[in-house]
Design a protein. Structure first.
Length: 101
C-alpha cells in the first residue's frame, strides 16, 4: 500500500486511508516520538483536524507492506517525513497501543 502524504491533507484523511487498508489498525500522530517499547503520552496527541502542512513542509509517500513490523512503519514515518506516529490495534471496542511489535 502506498500512502501519499501531501501538505493539503489532514491527519484525519491519512488515518482514514490507512484504516481503510488495515481496518484493525490505526495511526495516531504525536508532537514527539515515543521511546522504544513505551507508549505515547496522550497530552502529546495532535488533533485529527491538523493539516500535514502544520507538521512538515514537503510532500512524500510511505510504502507499507503486510510483512512490515509496527516499529518499521513508525520509524519510516519519522525518518522519511519527520512525523511521529504510533500504531494502535483494535481489541474488541478498544484501541491498544502497539509497543512491542
Amino acid at each position: 500500500m502506498l500512502i501519499n502524504i501531501t501538505n493539503n491533507k489532514t491527519i484525519e484523511e491519512l488515518q482514514a486511508e490507512f484504516n481503510n487498508e488495515f481496518p484493525y489498525l490505526k495511526i495516531q500522530f504525536f508532537k514527539h516520538s515515543h521511546k522504544m517499547f513505551k507508549g505515547s503520552d496522550k497530552k502529546e496527541l495532535i488533533p485529527v483536524s491538523t493539516a500535514i502542512s502544520a507538521l512538515k513542509h514537503h510532500n512524500g509517500a510511505i510504502e507499507i507492506s503486510e510483512n512490515m513490523t509496527v516499529s518499521d512503519l513508525e520509524t519510516m514515518f519519522k525518518q522519511q517525513l519527520g512525523l511521529n506516529v504510533q500504531v494502535f490495534r483494535k481489541s474488541g471496542k478498544s484501541w491498544l497501543e502497539t509497543t512491542v511489535t
